[in-house]
Design a binder for this molecule. Structure first.
Ligand SMILES: Nc1nc2c(c(=O)[nH]1)N[C@H]1C(S)=C(S)[C@@H](COP(=O)(O)OP(=O)(O)OC[C@H]3O[C@@H](n4cnc5c(=O)[nH]c(N)nc54)[C@H](O)[C@@H]3O)O[C@H]1N2
Ligand SMILES: Nc1nc2c(c(=O)[nH]1)N[C@H]1C(S)=C(S)[C@@H](COP(=O)(O)OP(=O)(O)OC[C@H]3O[C@@H](n4cnc5c(=O)[nH]c(N)nc54)[C@H](O)[C@@H]3O)O[C@H]1N2
Ligand SMILES: [Mo]
Length: 691
């Protein structure tokens, strides 16, 4: 069932190049070329012929061999011997590991399978090593379902409510725009291959505007940086609309034909926008009136105008509504008419993988298990059995995720994972903070060692990842681990015997030519250059929706924690905090790769020199960042990268590799966004003090 690469048969000393795909949670989904010699991957490069990859990789993935052959890879099953969290394990056989897991899960399932919870996210974005056999396993078991909200669901739901799906411009045509708004995205750090096209546009005379509370490396390279207050994007979008209306920079023809009309449509939004003159918007956003007027002028008068929206701006209470407002803008000025205009938040909705074929919901056999939101795992692990909640969580199976480091409000997450009565299994490459809390750790293969098929949320190509090397040690692909577990549990359905290649073929069935995919490594979806030039949005009536059912009109929603919404709290914790990623890490992945950690050195918080002076903080000093939920230590970097009143705690460090076994999620909370039930990582108040 396990595909073994043909490396073994290659002549000694000969080099072979294998086609791969970057598995990481990033919009770029690069096409890889892996050079293998004597069964060892010696080099990972970007495919030169792939349009968006164009032969370049980020620093992190160029180090993929260093991560794969890392001395600390987990290479055989482990059983915990010390207290939870301490990370002491003994080696056990696969036989013993599977027997123990099957016995524990069977006992719990006999009472109520919903007490078993899967926990997974995008450690790999692959359709095969993600939710295929794993989903079949949990469906057959009748385990709780998992609401996978931790990153993008506010924006995703908002885009669905407005454009009908996660669709937008082609990344490559940003090169033809004359104005690009880079909105809530640090492209150079987290969407590098888009940045190449933005630079092409810049060289051809385009104006680049960055809208971000942090002065990022991307902001440094734009013509203008609008350093707004976190969570004020909805107000800014309404301010732009107000100016478009009063100056009549609207495309009336496009609006009449392709935007929802009537009292619950454009008329209603128009009325609301007129309540947001520049002075009011300046107050809400912290920007100058002239900046707002200039932004609207540029947007209303430049063709083509493109918006690269990204998920950084939707990690706040009103993130969903802000995305709805911004996603309406391109239609108002008719930006979609040209292929270099419009917007892109995510392209993933262009792909239609056959999820039912991969996940087999029919294995639920009529059962309707409860759903656990991954973003409130801290609270949920601490809940007792109740009629509303259902059974107390008794077992967790974690794969493709490191929740102890990445989930909000880690004091509660750690307490939950520390429960002695919780049975936890973690499939991992490394002993992460989460694996340290496992009863059993199972060694998983990396992207170089297994087969997978990938979609993207930045471009529109399907990519194949062929295994380049044999699995290291006793590591197995996630699929094979769940296959063996299913067999142990006595699940005899034939679908559990599907091989990884069969799964990869099922992902798109006849909709793509698998042999063509094999031959080149990718196939492009047939999508028009300017897909909405004449409307045709994937909404029920083909128009941009204003008043989406269940959501009402889009509006400004205040942050959960701010001067205005929680003045008493703000008096004690006056600094707003955002925690975007450090450039050389990928969420919490790569933190343990020495060469990358050496670049980042230690966890830092950027603080404006005025805020630092008010607290007597020196550049480079160790400080404590805290609020009522928790506290963590880091190094203060006095910098105008931070807006006055806002601190930037760069993430996401492994707790145990940080300064005192904690990280930035000590201070985040579990309240959710307006749409999509997502976390509000960038909607937090803290105080900073010398440690
Ligand atoms: N190097 C690197 N690349 C990555 C990742 C990584 O960890 N490291 N993570 C990957 C993943 S999982 C994702 S989801 C994407 C994330 O990439 P993005 O979608 O770009 O999101 P973030 O990096 O969270 O935030 C982007 C920018 O939004 C800004 N921001 C914060 N709050 C606000 C706000 O209220 N309004 C506005 N306008 N801007 C705000 C932040 O300061 C940051 O510079 O990147 C992927 N790529
Ligand atoms: N404070 C704060 N917190 C955040 C964010 C933030 O900006 N600020 N960002 C949030 C965002 S956008 C996201 S997407 C989440 C990310 O959260 P996660 O999806 O948990 O991402 P990672 O931290 O990269 O952890 C992924 C883990 O999967 C493992 N893995 C990779 N491939 C495989 C495989 O094939 N098999 C198995 N079994 N394991 C594998 C890796 O070794 C790694 O430990 O974090 C969120 N947390
Ligand atoms: Mo993410």
């Amino acid at each position: 069932m396990l595909e073994v690469p043909d490396s073994a048969s290659a002549a000694a000393g000969a080099e072979r190049v294998v086609r791969g795909a970057c598995p990481h949670d990033c919009p770029d989904t690069c096409a890889l070329r892996i050079t293998v010699k004597d069964g060892i991957a010696i080099k990972v490069q970007g495919a030169a012929e792939h349009v968006t990859t164009h032969g370049a990789l980020c620093t992190k993935v160029a180090r993929y061999p260093e991560r794969t052959y890392h001395a600390e890879r987990v290479l055989h099953p482990l059983r915990r011997v010390g207290p939870k969290g301490e990370g002491r394990f003994e080696r056990i056989s696969w036989e013993d590991a599977l027997a123990e897991i099957a016995q524990r899960l069977s006992a719990i399932a006999a009472r109520d399978p919903q007490a078993i919870v899967p926990y997974s996210y995008a450690g790999t974005m692959g359709l095969v090593q993600g939710e295929s056999i794993a989903a079949r396993f949990f469906n057959r078991l009748g385990a709780s379902l998992l609401d996978r909200t931790i990153c993008a669901s506010a924006g995703a739901e908002a885009l669905g409510a407005t454009l009908g799906a996660k669709v937008g411009m082609h990344t490559r045509f940003f090169a033809e725009a004359k104005l690009i708004l880079i909105w809530g995205s640090n492209s150079i750090a987290s969407n590098l291959h888009f940045w190449t096209f933005a630079q092409q546009a810049k060289r051809a005379g385009a104006r680049l505007v960055c809208i971000d509370p942090r002065r990022t490396e991307t902001a440094d390279k734009c013509h203008e940086h609008l350093q707004l207050r976190p969570g004020s994007d909805g107000a800014l979008a309404l301010g732009v609309m107000q100016q478009l209306i009063v100056n009549d920079w609207l495309d009336h023809d496009y609006i009449a034909r392709h935007v929802e009309q009537g009292p619950r449509g454009w008329d209603a939004l128009r009325e609301e926008a007129l309540r947001w003159p520049p002075e009011r918007v300046a107050e809400a956003t912290g920007l100058a009136v002239e900046q707002i007027v200039r932004l609207a002028f540029d947007y209303g008068t430049t063709r083509p105008a493109a918006i690269r929206l990204n998920y950084g701006m939707q990690r706040v209470a009103g993130g969903g509504n802000a995305v709805r407002l911004i996603a309406t803008l391109p239609a108002l000025v008719g930006a979609w008419r040209e292929r270099g205009g419009g917007m892109l938040l995510s392209s993933s909705g262009w792909f239609q993988p056959d999820k039912a074929a991969l996940q087999r919901p029919e294995l639920l056999a009529g059962r309707r298990p409860r759903t656990i939101n991954m973003s409130t795992i801290g609270d949920d692990l601490l809940r007792e059995t109740s009629p509303e909640f259902g059974p107390r969580i008794e077992a967790l199976l974690v794969y493709n995720s490191n929740p102890v480091a990445v989930a909000p409000e880690s004091p509660k997450v750690v307490q939950g994972f520390g429960r002695e009565d919780l049975f936890t299994v973690v499939l991992e490459h490394f002993l992460t903070d989460t694996a340290d809390h496992a009863d059993i750790v199972l060694p998983a293969t990396t992207q170089l060692e297994h087969l997978d098929i990938h979609t993207s949320y930045g471009h529109t190509d399907v990519l194949l990842n062929e295994p380049a090397i044999a699995p290291l040690g006793e590591a197995l692909p996630n699929t094979e681990i769940f296959r063996r577990l299913a067999a142990r549990m006595g699940f005899g359905e034939p679908c559990f015997a599907d091989s990884d290649e069969q799964l990869a073929r099922q992902a798109f069935g006849d909709c793509i030519d698998f042999e063509a995919l094999r031959a080149t490594g990718w196939v492009s979806l047939p999508i028009a250059d300017a897909p909405f030039a004449d409307g045709g949005f994937p909404t029920p009536d083909g128009r941009v929706r204003i008043d989406a059912p269940g959501h009402g009109l889009p509006r400004v929603v205040p942050n959960h924690e701010s001067r205005e919404s929680t003045p008493v709290l703000a008096a004690r914790y006056p600094l707003a905090m955002i925690s975007p990623p450090a450039r050389n890490f990928l969420n919490s992945s790569f933190v343990n790769v020495r060469s990358l950690r050496d670049i980042e050195r230690e966890p830092i918080v950027e603080i404006h020199p005025d805020d630092a002076a008010a607290r007597g903080l020196q550049n480079g000093s160790t400080v404590r960042v805290f609020n009522d939920r928790g506290s963590y230590l880091c190094r203060a970097e006095l910098s105008t990268r931070a807006r006055p009143g806002v601190v930037n705690g760069l993430g996401i460090w492994w707790r145990k590799l940080g300064l005192e076994g904690t990280n930035v999620n000590e201070v985040t909370h579990q309240r959710l966004t307006d749409l999509g039930r997502a976390p509000c990582f960038y909607d937090v108040l803290v105080e900073v003090a010398s440690a």
